[in-house]
Design a protein around this ligand. Structure first.
Ligand code: BES
Ligand code: ZN
Length: 896
């Protein structure tokens, strides 16, 4: 018997839930009446409960005969065992449980969130976050996704407050000094989707999407930041009703911004909760990336209303059915809403992140065994989301979008209001496609890793070979620290995948696209006369890497930028960088390659360059850093000059974003003094310009001084990078008084960008002294762990304050923070990290910690292998920079 799974002898059918939160005391009392179906004679009922005090429990039959229960709480398995004097006969019963609990500060279960109101007074609200296994902290329940039931909720609250739950309000009345709000019945759904929020909340007017009223909620004073999300939500809701061919399954849709929120957002049916910066935004002042983020998250959660809420995975091993699908649908919807954003090209960046983790020996299959709650939490990773969405995209492109959509429709219709497994999806897609899907897909879902295709030309034959790609040849030494070895439970890596491969062969100037199903270790294709070049993974949808022999690669490089689509340039460069890190290509060759992308117009392509330069920055000794900065400037300067600081009127939003990205990299990684000076000037002007004022002249002046938001965001990062204490104090104040969540976030991360040791220390201490929200602190520490200037201090801070961090952070916080250890890329730090983790017996669930350590090891191995070559390369390339530096204090280092 698995201690984490409940027996199926008794099933919940309907919950009548009454909760009375006391925000001031941070407690709640509750009563739940659960109509259950007893399926076989039992003398006990086992259900989930955690951190609850159960004061009374009994069960009644239809005739009103009541049996009291003896209650025993099992802390380690988070269960309550209710024992009855005799055995309960099969049939319908009503279980009644009275309980009390606490509104915790860990952003899970029923929890407390605080904010400062307009007068600076701290206010409290109560919110819920139940996924994956925290409904049991709010009320006793069958807290597994398979146990779907109807929920009928009543909240008894302070009459001055408002409450929102999954469904429409049925009635409101004042009784005994409390406001009783009764909500309509939900559809049959899983416990993790139940939600209620109580506080002083403000809503927009509803917009109607068909028959669904759609509103955005926030704490007072932020309603003016809701318009963009409301538009995104209205569009995507309509889009999904059409795509899925099924109406929205709720009776209303509320989107709520919660000041303290552990993840980005949560798809509670009808009451989607968000962290503020994923929902509230000032469209005029936001960067492209910030707007894209809001549109993404909103579309993603809306997609879940069907995929996840209406049809739910049977158990957490199938989480990808929820999350990969929602991610895939998010792309479709955002792409349909704003085609000019080219969302699928940017998705290449997400695919690349998944390829990076899935290239580890410690990766896992998308579908993977889950037992304990901690393992369920560890499933919310780049493999579930981004690899999952990538293989869905690959399948969609292979079957054809219409066929794929028809399969999805059948799947949803067939399993509506119920649960489903991966096999059910394959069946529906297979029927729509009239072919067997498992044969094609199981290798991608149930096995870890992915292939590398090596392409070479042998006279008139193109030879393709496939093998598994890993960043390290052998698994890193040392025992796995993250729990017992579990590989026996999961399927082993494949040697060969069945993969749909799309080729574009150009001969005599004519392109021909060929689609093949690559199943063997090697495959040969005869190329036509007059062959010029071939693109493997044409269109870029495949979840694999490609390595071209030098001659084939050279032919492609001659085409960039204009002769090759952006996604293909992205993959070409990204695969080159990955093979360099893996030791399949030498670093100097990669660095030469980067010089060929100087005029690239695509921000995603540039992101590969920025990321690789930052990775090099983490493995270079301080003495070599000025040389690397010079190299960065060399690669960027043409593009930086071309774009300048101000947008042209006809420019696309993507170009504006690229300008910001380039300036930021030029002024930080490139450490360019002129860029830093110009940033300071612009910043000073923009601060001087009046932010209020009614007369037209002032408004015009303000307009003239308005810097493009993408540039503003870059300017802040640049000024932090080059900033002193005066600047720090200024930014700290800006962080505290920021008028939008996005601005707050920019200044928050800027606080981690200052290089001075004392300032690093201050920022670190703010992550635990209450100044930075615990929802954000883990990211700030992680940012410092990955930064060259802050990593040693940050690591010391983590070691010194481990217990505090562990106690304060929300449950995903430690995992998020430790993500940063991959940046501690020196052999000494790596040893220290390993020791500390072993000594503290740290577990993060699933394979998370093993993956972080392997990523760290890859960086250290790369340093050892390519460090000398990097130094030599920079000496050769960076002579002018070296000369310039001799005038400054850097001369000592430079000479060593
Ligand atoms: N279901 C998740 C929220 C969640 C994440 C709950 C982890 C429990 C643990 C939600 O649908 C989600 O995926 N949110 C993302 C944002 C999304 C746009 C990728 C998140 O929170 O990061
Ligand atoms: Zn999701």
């Amino acid at each position: 018997m698995d201690p984490y799974r409940l027996p199926h002898s008794v099933l919940p059918v309907r919950y009548g839930l009454r909760l009375e939160p006391d925000l001031a005391r941070a407690t709640f009392t509750g009563e739940v009446r659960i109509a259950v179906e007893v399926r076989e004679p039992v003398s006990e009922i086992v259900l989930n409960a955690a951190e609850l005090r159960i004061s009374e429990a009994s069960i009644q039959n239809a005739k009103g005969v009541s049996h009291p229960a003896n209650v025993e709480l099992e802390v380690s398995t988070e269960r309550a065992r209710l024992r009855f004097p005799g055995s309960l006969a099969p049939g319908t019963w009503e279980l009644r449980v009275a309980f009390t609990g606490i509104l915790n500060d860990k952003l899970r279960g029923f929890y407390r969130s605080t904010y400062k109101d307009a007068r600076g007074v701290t206010q409290t609200l109560a919110a819920t976050q139940f996924e994956a296994t925290d409904a049991r902290r709010a009320f006793p329940c069958w807290d597994e996704p398979i146990f779907k039931a109807v929920f009928s909720t009543t909240l008894a609250i302070d009459p001055a407050l408002t409450a929102v739950s999954n469904t429409a309000v049925l009635s409101e009345e004042i009784r005994d000094g409390r406001k009783l709000i009764r909500f309509a019945d939900t559809i049959r759904m899983s416990t993790y989707l139940v939600a209620f929020v109580v506080g002083n909340l403000e809503a927009t007017d509803p917009v109607m999407v068909g028959r669904t009223p759609l509103r955005v909620w926030s704490v007072p004073g932020k309603r003016h930041l809701a318009a963009f999300a409301q538009q995104a939500a209205a569009f995507s809701l309509r889009f999904f009703e059409q795509y899925y061919g099924l109406p929205y399954p709720g009776d209303k849709l509320d989107l709520l911004a919660i000041p303290d929120f552990a993840s980005g957002a949560m798809e509670n049916l009808g009451a989607i909760t968000f962290r503020e910066n994923a929902l509230l935004v000032d469209e005029k002042a936001a960067t492209h990336g910030e707007l894209e983020r809001v549109a993404d998250v909103v579309a993603h959660e809306n997609a879940h209303m069907w995929f996840g809420d209406l049809v739910t995975m049977s158990w957490w091993n199938g989480l990808w059915l929820n999350e990969a699908f929602a991610t895939f649908m998010e792309m479709l919807a955002v792409d349909a809403w704003k085609p000019e954003w080219q969302r699928w090209i940017t998705f290449g960046v997400s695919r690349a992140a998944a390829l990076a983790v899935d290239g580890l020996h410690s990766t896992r299959p998308i579908e993977y065994p889950v037992r304990a709650p901690r393992d369920a939490d560890a499933m919310f990773d780049v493999l579930t989301y981004e690899k999952g969405a990538s293989v869905l995209r690959m399948l969609e492109q292979h079957l054809g979008p219409e066929v794929f959509r028809d399969g999805v429709r059948q799947y949803l219709r067939r399993h509506a209001h119920g649960n489903a497994d991966t096999g059910d999806l394959w069946t529906a897609l297979g029927q729509a496609a009239k072919q067997s899907v498992p044969a094609l897909m199981d290798g991608w879902i149930f096995h870890p890793g992915y292939p590398l295709i090596t392409a070479r030309l042998d006279r008139n034959r193109l030879v393709l070979r496939q093998e598994r790609f890993t960043s390290l040849k052998e698994p890193p030494g040392g025992a796995a620290t993250d729990g017992p070895a579990r590989t026996s439970e999961a399927t082993p890596p494949l040697r060969q995948w069945r993969m749909p491969v799309q080729l574009r062969i150009v001969a005599k100037g004519k392109p021909v696209t060929r689609r093949l199903l690559f199943t063997d270790a090697e495959q040969t294709i005869t190329v036509p006369k007059g062959f010029e070049h071939v693109v493997v993974n044409a269109g870029g949808h495949g979840f694999y890497r490609v390595r071209y022999e030098p001659a084939l690669r050279e032919r492609l490089l001659r085409l960039i930028p204009d002769g090759l689509p952006a996604i293909e340039r992205f993959n070409l460069l990204n695969d080159a960088w990955a093979t360099t890190v893996a030791g399949l290509m030498r670093l100097p060759e990669y660095l030469d390659l980067t010089a060929r992308f100087r005029s690239d117009p695509d921000r995603n392509v540039w992101s590969v360059l920025f990321d690789s330069f930052q990775a090099l920055n983490r493995i270079i000794d301080p003495a070599g850093r000025p040389g690397l900065e010079a190299l960065v400037r060399d690669r960027l300067s043409a593009a930086v000059s071309r774009l300048g600081w101000t947008p042209r009127p006809d420019e696309s939003e993507l170009t504006r974003q690229l300008r910001g990205d380039l300036l930021r990299a030029f002024g930080t990684t490139g450490n360019d003094p002129r860029t830093q000076a110009r940033a300071a000037e612009l910043y000073a002007n923009s601060v001087k310009s009046p932010s209020r004022g009614t007369d037209g002249r002032e408004a015009n002046q303000r307009e003239a001084n308005m810097i493009d938001p993408n540039v503003v965001s870059a300017v802040i990062a640049i000024l932090a990078h080059a900033g002193d204490r005066v600047r720090y104090t200024e930014f700290l104040e800006r962080f505290r008084s920021a008028p939008t969540p996005q601005e707050e976030r920019r200044y928050l991360y800027a606080l981690a960008g200052f290089q001075d040791g004392a300032l690093v220390e201050e920022t670190l201490s703010r992550t635990i002294n209450g100044e930075i929200r615990t929802q954000d602190s883990p990211f700030v520490v992680a940012a410092l762990l990955t930064s060259v200037h802050g990593r040693e201090q940050a690591w010391n801070f983590v070691k010194t304050h481990w217990d505090t961090l562990d106690r304060l952070f929300p449950k995903n916080g430690v995992r998020r923070m430790l993500h940063g250890i991959a940046g501690l890329a020196t052999p000494e730090l790596e040893q220290d990290v390993k020791q500390f983790i072993a000594m503290r017996k740290i577990h993060l669930g699933g394979k998370t910690l093993e993956q972080y350590l392997e990523q760290l090891h890859i960086a250290v191995a790369f340093r050892t292998r390519e460090g000398p070559a990097l130094r030599a390369y920079l000496k050769r390339a960076g002579a002018p920079a070296g000369r310039r530096l001799k005038n400054k204090q850097g001369v000592r280092h430079e000479e060593r």
